[in-house]
Ligand binder design. Sequence first.
Ligand code: NAD
Ligand code: MG
Length: 383
Amino acid sequence: MRSISILGATGSVGASTLELIRRNRDEWRVEALTANCNAAELAARAREFGARVAVVADERCLPELRDALAGTGIAAAGGPAALCESASRGADVTVAAIVGCAGLGPTMAAIERGGVVALANKEALVSAGAVMTAAVARHGATLLPVDSEHNAIFQCLHGEDLADVRWITLTASGGPFRTWTAEQLAAATPAQAVAHPNWDMGAKISVDSATMMNKGLEVIEAHHLFPVGLERIRIIVHPQSVIHSLVEYRDGSTLAQLGPSDMRVPIASCLAWPRRMATALQPLDLAAIGTLSFFAPDEEHFPATRLARGAAQAGGAAPAVLNAANEVAVAAFLAGQIAFTDICALVAETLSGTLPGAPQTLDDVLAVDAEARARAAEMLEHV
Ligand code: NAD
Ligand code: MG
């Protein structure tokens, strides 16, 4: 029996993870489950899986969580310190599935405990970059990528030497607006942006997929996970989302990982690693899919990937600033405050200011994040 903690248990990745655990109940013991504020849902999951502790990040939601767990023996806690404490309880596997840089502190706490961390929370790695990868090495932690593209690359690199890699190619669905004109993009609504053609995901990453910032963040994520050099990491648009990414070697061989567009596949790969576990998913039916197509990314309509690559090249604080500005812009778009095309404009403008020095510690990263958020929020006033 192995133990598992899920940070962000009430979200889309959290629910997919719990679905896998549900099918393999006698193999897993659930240590900690966390959420931002959805106490009712968190308590229901904690009861169902007999978690030892349930934590809400927002302390105002703790009384509701306590009430919902009264008499169960499950400990309830709330607030940022409790969240980090729950992440460092030492489960065999910790799934980092909080959305945004808010997940950075708890993810680092899990890494410092030195176990297996299955990372979905790409914003944390984008913001902290070298600070996180150094902590992984220092504490002997194992970072397994949940993000479907990175999980695919991880599988394609198994047993290989990074020095033999010619290209890492991240596939991108192109999102719901792949074929839209500039005029259509300017008028895109939040409801249209979150309706992803292939994947069922949380609102923030769905908007990121629509702007292609998701792929930009993923280039930076890949750069840290698989250090082959930024110039060897490229993007191909593949609307069917059947090939999840590819690695080309210097002998001309290209390895790819294929599968249904369902996050349970990469999550299962992390949970069972280095072995495999059964899932209840339909097998891939290539005859029914029929055609796979590929297109070069359109950086005129979707400038996010260029912005992200520029931030990765600049290094230092730039990726954290890019991520923070994007989080502020996406929240403003979802709240109806700015247009879809303002998202990347706001990110570009935030990045164009003077950037702070390269962060060396977790606190440095959090300070860069907070400052960039404040700057982006101020710019929002003038949009
Ligand atoms: P989601 O919005 O569905 O869920 C987010 C979870 O984080 C929830 O449990 C929520 O309660 C918690 N949370 C939100 N704000 C918080 C805060 N301030 N403090 C603490 N907890 C907070 O998001 P998701 O789609 O599951 O995505 C989670 C992460 O995984 C993101 O980083 C996303 O980019 C990444 N990811 C998601 C998918 C997917 O298919 N959904 C695929 C690849 C990567
Ligand atoms: Mg992805």
